[in-house]
Design a protein around this ligand. Structure first.
Ligand code: NAD
Length: 357
């Protein structure tokens, strides 16, 4: 029996987690769910968006399926999604990007994997607010040591890339490629401009590549990569990158295969893993039985795969693929501009359920 932490999350989270849980329960894998709040619901219940109940449940169970959590813009608390990844040292963010036949796309076949470093880079959360004493001091320090002026009315965010984290994520990407029969790993960076952060990242990738001679290694500058992915996605396979580029390219790649409704991610650490949709809490659709439950279901598939439950993972993937291909019971995002065959979250969930054999 697996004990798994289930976080309903905010906005559309509770609707899609309800559907995902019901479907996963049909796959013949014994799971006891431990449901705990995070985000707005946890704030109301415990006075904290990331309460001790949540942290202890994930520490105990080591596996978490998580609905999206809202991050207040500007003020308020920092992203709980980022904080959970940092707290549990979930250093690898794995995002398979696969085109399911029937999903709206300009392409006929896409099968990519993004491996995003999850703990540092511009997402390390170390920022210096404009006009704060420490910020002024930092500006003066930079001026004294680098002989360069930063305007005094600046805000500053740090971008650390370490050898430890860069080699670790590169090794994860290559090991993933070997295990999953992939042929190539592409490192994505901006090392031409950011010589000491991305340059170091690239150096680490090159070094790790030598340990995996059976896998082809190449690198691309991130802006060029964006264009290449739009023009010739078939040239790419596994891509490894620092945190920020991973965030942006994941959404770009989601757009290649039908949108945020069909892309999932796994956040993996040494012994804890958290699975979630790539999309956020889409607050404007909250409670409307409208959004696509597929992304969270694909996250559940990644979770089953991680647990070694490949048969169940394949069963789920097949059921999802059939429903998308038939196009008779899919959510609005999979049928842009059409009404025929468009159903709500629950109904698409029911259609997927009916395909599970
Ligand atoms: P979002 O992903 O929530 O929604 C953007 C748009 O994408 C939606 O308006 C909708 O049109 C579409 N969309 C998203 N999910 C969909 C689904 N399942 N089916 C169909 N269409 C879908 O992005 P946002 O509006 O920028 O963010 C809303 C909140 O979510 C913010 O507070 C943000 O910080 C948070 N967020 C959380 C996570 C996470 O929990 N990991 C990830 C991204 C954003």
């Amino acid at each position: 029996m697996y004990k798994i932490t289930l976080v309903p999350g905010d906005g559309i989270g509770p609707e899609i987690t309800r559907v995902a849980r019901k479907i996963v329960d049909l796959l013949g894998v014994p799971i006891e769910w431990e449901e705990v709040p995070a985000g707005e619901e946890a704030m109301a219940k415990y006075g904290s968006p990331m309460p001790e109940e949540l942290l202890s449940s994930i520490s105990r169970n080591k596996i978490c399926l998580k609905g999206p959590i809202t991050t207040p813009i500007g003020g308020g608390y920092r992203s709980i999604n980022v904080a959970l990844r940092q707290h549990f040292k979930l250093y690898a963010n794995l995002r398979p990007i696969k085109l399911y036949a029937g999903a709206p796309s300009r392409y006929s076949a896409i099968d990519l994997v993004i491996v995003r470093e999850n703990t540092e880079d511009l997402y390390c959360g170390i920022e210096f607010q404009k006009d704060k004493e420490e910020t002024v001091e930092l500006i003066k320090f930079v001026e004294a040591t680098k002989k360069r002026k930063i305007p005094l009315d600046s805000g500053i965010s740090l971008k650390p890339n370490s050898v430890t984290a860069s080699e670790r994520i590169a090794r994860f990407a290559f090991a993933y490629a070997v295990k999953n029969g992939r042929k190539k790993v592409t490192a994505v960076h901006k090392a031409n401009i950011l010589k000491y952060s991305d340059g170091l990242f690239l150096e680490c990738c090159r070094r790790v590549a030598l340990e995996f001679p059976a896998i082809v290694f190449e690198d691309r500058i991130v802006d060029n990569m964006c264009m290449q992915l739009v023009q010739k996605p078939e040239l790419y396979d596994v891509m490894v990158m620092p945190n920020l580029y991973g965030d942006i390219l994941s959404d770009l790649c989601a757009g290649l295969v039908g949108g945020l409704g069909v892309t999932a991610s796994a956040n993996i650490g040494e012994d804890i893993a958290l699975f979630e949709a790539v999309h956020g809490s889409a607050p404007k659709y909250k409670g409307q039985n409208k959004v696509n439950p597929t992304a969270l279901l694909l996250a559940a598939g990644l979770m089953l795969d991680y647990l070694g439950e490949q048969t169940a993972a394949e069963k789920l993937d097949k059921a999802i693929a059939e429903v998308i291909l038939e196009g008779k019971a899919v959510t609005y995002d999979l049928k842009p501009g059409k009404t025929e065959g468009v159903v709500g979250t629950r109904e698409m969930g029911e259609a997927i359920k009916s395909k599970i054999k």
